[in-house]
Design a protein around this ligand. Structure first.
Ligand code: ATP
Length: 320
């Protein structure tokens, strides 16, 4: 869906923001870009909707080189959510949400009906909040409006730059969870920038861990945590509670998929830690291991990297 091919961006002052980036985001996938300040995340993102053009390399959207696309037309297909939300202060919540559909010619009544639906979807009752102005909302509510507005034109692709950055940790976590539930329904192709590893792990189907201007590892969250590709990723991840969480979180029945077909060769018992399970999983070319009943030894189900990911998310929620 979104494909970077050897993309480099050098700013006129000589700063190389990103160098030789190549990666692909599949349709319906949520990829988080994580890394320290100044590593090139925002530059990567802004090249997708042509707020910035690459110095070399190319970016394909659905196989089409975006360098040939009309930027205005391109941005209609790509929703953009930024930390400072950028709501129009003199427009109501409903008007703000309906802005893009109206710009592209959706009749006013229809655009507003759709806006009300979306507000409902992001957890804001349109009857209560629709008529308010942005300054009459909390930070978290404003961010929800930002998400609703980005979804209003129903773009297949969403770019989100620290979308939950400006709120306190408790609200942030709630917004993240609501957003995950929403993504299950809308299945957009999403690139989300964050400097927060916890957020990257919780939200990402896959994570791109940035060094300086390059991606050090692009992988499933469990692989980033369990098998960091470089020393740099290991130290970035090591500073986090993620690895410790692997060591203290048990494999539960809810994390497993059904054991159909051939039984996996390796297995761990239910209740083994995620770290043990991940160690076994990383040795298995099939990408799945069996999980057995600790007493009878009977196969209970199979564990895949997605199961480890689910278990980690569960553990994070329990800690919250
Ligand atoms: N217009 C510009 N001109 C020159 N250098 C720039 C410009 N914009 C960004 N940079 C530099 O490019 C590098 C990457 O910046 P970018 O904003 O992409 O990083 P980031 O990872 O998003 O950082 P943050 O998390 O702080 O937003 C930084 O060194 C930054 O100073």
């Amino acid at each position: 869906m979104i494909r970077f091919e050897h993309v480099t961006k050098r700013y006129p002052d000589g700063t190389t923001a990103v160098e030789d980036l190549s990666f692909e985001v599949a349709e319906g996938e949520l990829v988080t870009l994580v890394g320290p300040s100044g590593c090139g995340k925002t530059t990567t993102m802004k090249m997708v909707n042509r707020l910035i053009d690459p110095t070399s390399g190319r970016i394909l959207l659905n196989g089409e080189d975006i360098a040939a696309a009309d930027p205005v037309e391109l941005r209609r297909r790509i929703g953009y959510v930024i930390q400072q939300v950028g709501l129009f202060p003199h427009k109501t919540v409903l008007e703000n949400t309906a802005t893009v559909p109206q710009l592209i010619g959706t009749p006013k009544a229809k655009a507003r009906a759709r806006a009300a639906e979306l507000l409902e979807l992001v957890g804001l009752d349109p009857a209560v909040y629709g008529g308010r102005y942005p300054e009459q909302l909390s930070g978290g509510q404003r961010q929800r409006v930002g998400v609703a507005r980005a979804l209003a034109a129903d773009p297949p692709v969403l770019l989100m730059d620290e979308p939950f950055g400006a709120v306190d940790p408790v609200v942030r976590e709630r917004l993240q969870n609501e957003f995950l539930a929403l993504q299950k329904t809308v299945r957009k192709t999403i690139l989300l920038v964050t400097h927060d590893l916890e957020e990257a792990i919780r939200l990402g189907d896959r994570i791109a861990v940035y060094g300086t201007g390059t991606i050090e590892q692009f992988a499933h969250p469990a692989a980033v945590l369990g098998a960091p590709a470089t020393e740099y990723v290991a130290s970035f991840v090591g500073a986090d509670r993620g690895l410790k969480r692997l060591a203290v979180t048990p494999v539960e029945a809810a994390d497993l998929a059904e054991a159909d077909g051939k039984a996996p060769t390796a297995s761990v018992p239910l209740g083994a830690t995620l770290r043990e399970a991940l160690a076994a999983l990383l040795q298995e070319d099939s990408g799945r291991i069996g999980v057995t009943d600790p007493r009878s030894g009977a196969l209970v189900g199979v564990l895949t990297p997605e199961g480890v990911h689910r278990a980690l998310r569960r553990a994070q929620l329990q800690e919250a």
